[in-house]
Design a protein around this ligand. Structure first.
Ligand SMILES: NC(=O)c1ccc[n+]([C@@H]2O[C@H](COP(=O)([O-])OP(=O)(O)OC[C@H]3O[C@@H](n4cnc5c(N)ncnc54)[C@H](OP(=O)(O)O)[C@@H]3O)[C@@H](O)[C@H]2O)c1
Length: 232
């Protein structure tokens, strides 16, 4: 049986952890789950107890060039079929007009907008060998075609990553690599809060389905977790 290898960033909690769980339920998947602090990634380490053969837990701070190159070296001989750029931050409370923490904004942009491309570059050869898929977890909060205000640091970071990934999609099309941004829904995680619309289980189910359906012809799209196209 041929198996599919998926790498998920920020997989120690929230949507990333649930994606890890669901991919591990499918015996034809090998999962590489990354976390910036693997010693504290207790849920991932517990999963490793039962899925030693198919789960690799690796250290990755997505904002760090050194960390990205270490990952690249460690995985030199591993083909990657699916990269899920999931790691992200909301940023602090001060991100409104006339109440902006500019240092914090820079950190949000570094994490949410720049890191998905950094990790895609680090794993480019691995993705190229398998004509893989690059999926970036974006947000409806970054959609220019949707009304909404406030949380300027977070919103702008997701608008930016959408454009970044639209450009990357064109750059890697000739390699057969498909690229997609996904709004995962408003999800009950530490970031989404307990009042959110859907559970991480529902979100991850939807995300897995649209990843399955992604083709090179559809590359460069922005999708909702439920399979509908998202306005840019
Ligand atoms: N929840 C929602 O309603 C919602 C809606 C739209 C979009 N999203 C997006 O979905 C993605 C996952 O969100 P979530 O709800 O699962 O959030 P979460 O529960 O807050 O988890 C975020 C994950 O990202 C990791 N992370 C943050 N900065 C990192 C860095 N520099 N290097 C490596 N990992 C880092 C965190 O690691 P630590 O544990 O080390 O902090 C954590 O594993 C994010 O991109 C988010 O913007 C979420």
């Amino acid at each position: 049986m041929t198996s599919t290898t998926v790498l998920i960033t920020g997989a120690n909690r929230g949507i990333g952890l649930e994606l890890t769980r669901q991919y591990l339920e499918k015996t034809d998947y090998n999962v590489i789950s990354t976390a910036r602090n693997i010693n504290n990634a207790h849920d991932l380490n517990n999963l490793k107890e039962t899925h030693r053969e198919r789960l690799q837990v690796l250290s990755l701070d997505v904002t760090s060039d050194t960390s990205a190159s270490n990952l690249s070296l460690e995985l030199k001989n591993t083909d990657i079929d699916i990269l899920i750029n999931n790691a992200g931050i909301m940023g602090g409370a001060h991100q409104e007009f006339r109440d902006m923490d500019y240092g914090d904004w820079a950190e949000v942009l570094a994490t949410n907008s720049m890191s998905p491309m950094r990790i895609t570059e680090a794993l480019y050869e691995n993705l190229k060998r398998s004509k893989g898929k690059v999926v970036t977890i974006s947000s409806q909060m970054g959609a220019m075609g949707k009304e909404g205000a406030g949380r300027i640091a977070y919103r702008s970071s997701k608008s930016a990553v959408n454009k970044v990934m639209q450009c990357v999609a064109e750059d890697v099309r000739r390699d057969g690599i498909s690229v997609m941004c996904v709004h995962p829904g408003w999800v009950q995680t530490d970031m989404g809060g307990s009042a959110a619309d859907i559970t991480a289980v529902e979100s991850a189910l939807g995300i897995r389905q649209i990843i399955e359906e992604l083709t090179i012809e559809k590359s460069g799209c922005f999708m909702n977790w439920n399979g509908t196209e998202h306005v840019w």
